[in-house]
Design a protein around this ligand. Structure first.
Ligand SMILES: Cc1cc2nc3c(=O)[nH]c(=O)nc-3n(C[C@H](O)[C@H](O)[C@H](O)COP(=O)(O)OP(=O)(O)OC[C@H]3O[C@@H](n4cnc5c(N)ncnc54)[C@H](O)[C@@H]3O)c2cc1C
Length: 380
């Protein structure tokens, strides 16, 4: 067994860490206040190769899953909102294309993303949240095109996406077997972006409605075979859970670093608060949670890298634990900061707000527990 990153991965981690410390972390509070998407920084990220990491080499990527997870962790440490946008493009939108796209689709969309394009994954609807197969967005064939009608909600990168991977049903009575996947270019007639949500955190990443009103999609934009859309969506969600876990690790690391630094500085009762046992115990619990979250996350990433397959259980375990550990760590980080932790003078209140959604999107914690238990108790 080897718990160490290899030399190449360590060098890569140092490079991303420096990039995040110089170009992302110093601006995160401002992006949080203004809710602006940092197009200029995304361009720089593409220039240093961060938008190619796990994408296939023949299309300009570098095909390395572990480096990709390390990048998600570091970017999320600097700005969880930017991390969320990055993961949505790189995993949620690109996994369906990498695994199911035609040569033509791969040749068009993968180089776009390697160059810094942003993409969305539009699955959720008003009546299809945890119950993802319960879609109302409909499609029908019309000659060489498909016509889509319906509305998606809460879609990350909705305002910025250059293209969207979305899902619709030909006939709701067919259940998941009626669902197909499509790629929609942002200028497709009949497609528009609706309401942008006012969110608790992760402000640089938009979450919007996507509206399909007789949206005419060329048949060449069908992704995979008709009727396989549900399997394609699940494949993307399972893959992305490793990255949501890495987001949790990144946010937790930021909160932990801030709390330890503060505890060593702040004096009460004549000594640094880090010397009070109540604070020491919190720091110890944070360190254990952080390590355990990271180990589960790296194991799930290693499994993908070594087997080329994504299982349902390990990514769900990593996502569940890392997101809830991040919650506990961010909570304690505010506690250690006392009243100052509740103000915007310190970043820990932002980490707390940014963390909360990772227990909800990509499947709530309840859905992760369901997935894990089903794998364990299934008799098939
Ligand atoms: C900021 C943000 C970004 C998002 N980005 C995207 C995106 O890019 N693409 C996309 O498609 N979606 C996205 N989503 C949607 C997200 O994935 C859903 O909100 C999430 O899956 C939960 O669905 P819901 O909100 O409808 O909650 P519901 O499914 O209504 O759940 C409500 C509560 O009931 C519980 N529950 C439901 N069913 C069960 C059950 N069987 N057993 C036990 N408990 C249950 C849930 O765990 C939860 O606690 C985003 C959401 C937000 C807020």
């Amino acid at each position: 067994m080897d718990f160490e990153l290899n030399e190449e991965q360590k060098m890569f981690q140092t490079m991303v860490r420096d990039f995040v410390d110089n170009e992302i972390a110093p601006h995160a509070a401002e992006w949080d206040e203004t809710e602006k998407f940092p197009y200029d920084v995304v361009k720089m990220m593409a220039e240093v190769g961060l938008y190619g990491l796990h994408l296939p080499e023949e299309y300009g990527g570098s095909g390395d899953d572990i480096s990709y997870v390390l990048a998600v962790e570091e970017i999320s440490r600097g700005s969880a909102g930017l991390g969320s946008s990055y993961v949505t493009t790189m995993s949620l939108a690109m996994t369906p294309i990498m695994m199911n796209g035609t040569d033509e689709q791969k040749a068009r969309y993968i180089p776009m993303v390697v160059g810094g394009a942003t993409a969305s994954f539009g699955l959720t609807e008003a009546m299809a949240g945890s119950d993802v197969a319960n879609l109302d967005t409909k499609y029908e064939r019309d000659g060489d095109d498909f016509i889509l009608n319906g509305t998606k909600i809460f879609i990350t990168n909705g305002s910025e996406a250059d293209f969207i991977v979305t899902f619709a049903t030909s006939d709701k009575s067919l259940g998941y077997k009626g669902i197909s996947a499509f790629i929609i270019d942002k200028d497709t007639p009949g497609f528009s972006v609706g309401k942008r949500e006012k969110k608790m955190g992760q402000h640089p990443a938009s979450a919007t409605e996507l509206i399909f009103d007789n949206c005419r999609v060329p048949a060449r934009n069908l992704l995979g075979q008709e009727g396989r859309g549900f399997a394609i969506a699940l494949q993307a969600i399972d893959t992305c859970r490793v990255c949501v876990a890495a987001q949790g690790v990144g946010i937790a690391q930021a909160a932990y670093d801030a709390a330890v630094a503060y505890a060593k500085e702040r004096k009460q009762f004549g000594v640094e608060i880090a010397r009070h046992q109540g604070i020491q115990f919190m720091i110890a619990d944070m360190a254990v949670d952080l390590d355990a979250a990271r180990l589960l996350t790296y194991r799930a990433a290693w499994q993908v890298q070594t087997t080329g397959k994504v299982s349902a259980k390990e990514p769900a375990m990593a996502k569940l634990f890392a997101s809830e550990a991040a919650h506990r760590i961010c909570h304690k980080a505010i506690q250690i900061h006392g009243g100052y932790g509740y103000t915007r003078e310190f970043p820990v209140e932002r980490y707390y707000r940014d963390q909360r959604i990772i227990e909800i999107y990509e499947g709530t914690s309840e859905m992760q527990r369901w997935t894990i238990a089903r794998q364990i108790t299934s008799t098939k």
